[in-house]
Ligand binder design. Structure first.
Ligand SMILES: NC(=O)c1ccc[n+]([C@@H]2O[C@H](COP(=O)([O-])OP(=O)(O)OC[C@H]3O[C@@H](n4cnc5c(N)ncnc54)[C@H](OP(=O)(O)O)[C@@H]3O)[C@@H](O)[C@H]2O)c1
Length: 313
């Protein structure tokens, strides 16, 4: 283990962390798949590939379409399942998924009638991630999924400590943690061995440190983050990449109470998520607030709760 480089601190900490992961997980995406993806990206010769450090360094400020020489995996022809796709980020991820070339998108929602269905590539399905029978029906229907995006979530937006009832906090844990776990358990065997397969868990920067007045939401996302890290290691040999996304405030219904603090357009967040996936980023910080929080976290993880005590920006 002595040759394993440990994550450093400061500006290069994120790149170091990514490189450490690459060493610790020598082949997180599976050699066969990586080779195919590199070929898709136009790299026939291993020596021509950009170094992982260079690739990791590209994770900041990526509003423009990704140039071909930065593409790590192609989403062209993929079949994607997105939970909570009737509104908010999930709905936007459906549209953006078609733009990046998905062949089929299972747009899952508690009420499938709410799902946009204006394109034959969109297949609405009924799915409540808190209902094991509903998850099982989805698994039985969607046996050709390449990429699972666990997006559905609940936010009580109240102080867990002061709340009169804990039911909303329990719903957060049921949805954001157990719902995500249930989906991963059901679909990991479906994804196993599929070239280019991935599980993308939409977490939150609140997974990295507690934010006042949504402590139970942050706890549910931190639990999901911890599970995501373990799952990544467990699935490393199966060829399924496990990707964590840490958004900042997004302009959706969920963050409406924080409207005045500034929120990032869901379209740009969705695009950044697909770009991060295409780049092979294990951790995606899809907006400027998230990127700034990531830099703070990399420089001083213990200082992040203090930053959240004031403004998240
Ligand atoms: N908005 C933000 O500022 C922000 C910041 C960081 C992270 N995120 C994360 O980004 C993701 C998308 O959030 P959003 O902003 O789009 O939130 P949103 O607008 O509130 O949408 C939440 C979605 O999750 C669905 N959902 C909730 N419980 C469900 C269940 N049991 N089964 C299936 N679907 C369920 C909702 O469906 P219904 O319509 O049926 O309720 C809705 O489609 C979430 O994981 C969220 O935690 C958001």
């Amino acid at each position: 283990m002595s040759h394993h480089k440990r994550p450093g601190s400061g500006a290069n900490a994120l790149a170091d962390l990514a490189e450490y992961e690459r060493i610790f997980l020598p082949d997180p995406l599976g050699t066969r798949r990586q080779n195919r993806l590199w070929r898709c990206a136009g790299y026939s010769d291993e020596r021509l590939r950009p170094s992982f450090r260079e690739t990791a360094g590209l994770r900041r400020g990526h509003a423009d379409p990704l140039p071909l020489d930065q593409v790590f995996m192609t989403l062209e022809g993929a079949t994607i399942l997105i939970t909570g796709s009737n509104r908010g980020l999930g709905r936007t991820l459906v549209g953006a998924g078609l733009e990046v070339g998905a062949k089929k998108i299972y747009a899952a929602a508690r009420c499938s009638a709410d799902v946009a269905n204006d394109d034959p590539r969109i297949v609405p399905i009924e799915l409540d991630v808190c209902d094991p029978a509903s998850i099982e029906r989805a698994r039985a229907t969607c046996g050709d999924v390449d990429i699972l995006i666990n997006n559905a979530a609940s936010l009580a937006n109240a102080s867990t400590y002061r709340a009169k009832a804990l039911a909303p906090a329990r719903t957060e844990m049921e949805t954001n943690f157990w719902g995500l776990v249930g989906m991963c358990r059901a679909f990991a065997p479906v994804l196993e061995g599929r070239e280019g397969s991935a599980i993308v868990n939409i977490l939150s920067m609140g997974a990295l440190a507690g934010i006042p007045f949504c402590g139970s939401y942050c706890a549910s996302k931190a639990a999901a983050w911890s599970f995501t890290q373990a799952l990544r290691l467990e699935l490393a040999a199966s060829g399924t990449a496990v990707v964590a996304v840490f958004p900042g405030p997004i302009a959706t219904e969920m963050a409406r109470p924080h409207e005045r603090e500034g929120r990032w357009p869901a379209e740009e967040v969705a695009r950044a998520i697909y770009e991060g996936l295409a780049r092979g980023d294990p951790h995606i910080f899809p907006d400027p607030v998230a990127q700034s929080v990531a830099a703070s976290y990399a420089a001083d993880p213990w200082g992040l709760p203090t930053r959240f005590a004031g403004s998240i920006d």
